[in-house]
Design a binder for this molecule. Structure first.
Ligand code: FES
Length: 313
């Protein structure tokens, strides 16, 4: 875990309810590197941690740029950021991490972005251009005005737009997009849950190494069945996870300061090494192969299939 204090160099309006924050180091040092599709966690003074994709080029080592959409159903993250963070403020940043990495060897890359899901795609497009790769973007939003980065993307001949809330607009047909994609294309999708669900359904029959998506929210409830014990190998403690509680909640209520952010299995901040036992995986980060290896788990949402788990904590 890389924690650092960065200051906000500038705040930029991108679209209604979407602001970009440029973060720079306090000293003139290089920031830890990242790869396109990565995110950082903002550790907020109100006790919340929130993950945001980096929208700038991975070649830049002097700054991180994130774009934050004020969520109408904000649980205190995006709303707090919009209302409180200003130029000159110092924030704690954890990361970067990447669970949505580009396959840079692909002969053809198709990005499908919906709404604020454009954010990780911005750094990916930059990378594609640096590598001179064959790519295209389909960017969906309710309206032109609501589409962040629209003006710069409209200059890209490889970008197409779909504004379904405009007069005559229609929802994008993701199944048709996937059906028409060349057989060597890698497909990336980021956006709200219904778009991702449609994408997942449309890509079910494709080789999964060609399919890449990033969720912003959980698809199923966390495992709170409880009724198992968690052995903490480093501290030697043994805790019982009671019905109604997650492992993360049990740990925090027992005084363990375990890092977490989304609490929904989508950011990877609580990724924990499993030494023994079989987790009941409920996250959206681990691949099928990684799940089957049973040596990692997201403790914010995943439970246990065995009577006990031994964690490397
Ligand atoms: Fe985000 Fe667990 S806190 S995956």
């Amino acid at each position: 875990m890389v924690m650092q204090s960065l200051y906000i160099k500038s705040v930029t309006w991108e679209a209604p309810h979407i602001l970009s924050y440029e973060l720079r180091p306090l000293e003139s040092v290089e920031l830890p590197p990242f790869t396109a599709g990565a995110h950082i966690d903002l550790v907020l003074p109100n006790g919340l941690t929130r993950s945001y994709s980096l929208v700038n080029s991975q070649n830049e080592r002097h700054r991180y740029v994130v774009s934050v959409q004020k969520d109408r159903a904000s649980r205190g993250g995006s709303q707090w950021i919009h209302e409180n963070l200003r130029s000159g403020d110092v924030v704690t940043v954890d990361g970067p991490r990447n669970h949505f990495a580009l396959d840079e060897t692909a002969e053809k890359t198709i990005f499908i972005a919906a709404g604020i899901g454009i954010t990780p795609i911005m750094s990916m497009i930059d990378r594609m251009k640096v590598l001179k790769r064959d790519w295209e973007l389909i960017y969906c939003a309710r309206t032109r005005e609501g589409a962040a980065f629209r003006e710069s993307l409209e200059k890209e001949p490889r970008a197409r737009f779909n504004f379904d809330g405009e007069p005559g607009g229609r929802l994008i047909d993701i199944a048709a997009l996937v059906r028409d994609a060349p057989s060597n294309a890698h497909l990336y999708c980021c956006g709200p849950t219904p778009v991702l669900a449609a994408f997942q359904e449309a890509t079910e029959g494709l080789p999964q190494e060609r399919v890449h998506l990033e969720y912003f929210a959980a698809q199923e409830p966390p495992a709170t069945e409880g009724g198992f014990t968690v052995m903490l190998a480093k501290s030697g403690r043994k805790l019982t996870v009671l019905p109604g509680k997650t492992i993360l909640e049990t740990l925090r209520e027992s005084g363990f300061d375990v890092p977490y952010s989304c609490g929904q299995g989508v950011c990877g901040t609580c990724d924990t090494t499993v030494l023994e036992g079989v987790p009941d995986h409920r996250d959206l980060i681990l691949t099928t192969k990684e799940r089957a290896s049973n040596n990692r788990m997201m403790i914010c949402c995943s439970g246990s299939k065995t009577d006990s788990l031994v964690l490397d904590l």
